[in-house]
Write a protein that binds this ligand. Structure first.
Ligand SMILES: Nc1ncnc2c1ncn2[C@@H]1O[C@H](COP(=O)(O)OP(=O)(O)OP(=O)(O)O)[C@@H](O)[C@H]1O
Length: 221
């Protein structure tokens, strides 16, 4: 199994009241599954994704990726594991403003030591496949929202992850840009990568094989 989420819970406190932003969620994903998660604002989708991506520690429960329980690893090991297996596309714009598109894409690769390997050719190939080679030397300030989002997707792919996680990859984009993003994500799925995306958009969810619905921290039918 690529991903196993078991009895996952995250509790937060608001004023004096404790509540579960994610409440006892379990599901699994096979290699090359494409799953979307939908639910109202505040239903816990980002909290769930952040725990699956190893960015947030759960109050209770387990996340296993390729047989490794993320929360049994120390901080350094989690970072190395994420870098190798996971591609994460966060909500909104996440590019570093002082780096070019090419430098942003290559950044995750350069964060871990890889002897005698370069990410340059692969980064150029990714740009070509996404039909945005013209952006290679551009800075984020000079790109459209859709272009920035596509660069963030390519950045998530540079280490050739087995699982790509995307939080609202098409939010705030027009129909044409959304379609370009989804074509890129559908292509990643075609190449054999597992995809887990959070979306508000029924059309976007329509690209996935299965939709999980969240309400008040729980999965509902
Ligand atoms: N660090 C935090 N401390 C306290 N409460 C939090 C924290 N992070 C999130 N929450 C609360 O947990 C609930 C779930 O938030 P989350 O961001 O996961 O929802 P979401 O479904 O992703 O919403 P949206 O669609 O608006 O992005 C919300 O009620 C939110 O206010």
């Amino acid at each position: 199994m690529l991903l196993e989420v078991k009895n996952l819970r995250k509790d937060y406190k608001r004023a004096t009241q404790q509540f579960s932003a994610v409440n006892n969620i379990s599901f699994s994903m096979a290699q090359n599954d494409f799953i979307s998660i939908m639910g109202k604002s505040g239903s816990g989708k980002t909290t769930l994704l952040n725990m699956i991506a190893g960015l947030l520690t759960p109050t209770q429960g387990k996340v296993t990726i390729n047989g490794t329980n993320l929360f049994e690893l120390d901080d350094k090991q989690v970072s190395a594991f994420r870098n190798q297996y996971l591609g994460y596309i966060p909500q909104g714009s996440s590019l570093l403003p002082n780096l070019t598109a090419l430098e942003n894409i290559r950044l995750p690769f350069s964060l871990t030591k890889r002897e005698n390997q370069s990410s340059l050719n692969y980064a150029l190939q990714l740009l070509e496949k996404a039909q945005i080679s013209y952006l290679k030397d551009a800075y984020p300030a000079n790109m459209s929202g859709g272009e920035m989002r596509r660069i963030a997707i390519l950045r998530a792919l540079i280490c050739q992850p087995q699982l790509v996680i995307a939080d609202e990859p098409t939010s705030d984009l027009d129909e044409e840009s959304s379609a370009q993003i989804m074509a890129l994500l559908a292509d990643i799925h075609q190449q054999g990568t597992g995809l887990l995306i959070v979306t508000h958009d029924n059309d976007v969810a329509g690209y996935s094989q299965r939709t999980l619905k969240m309400s008040s921290g729980r999965l509902i039918d």
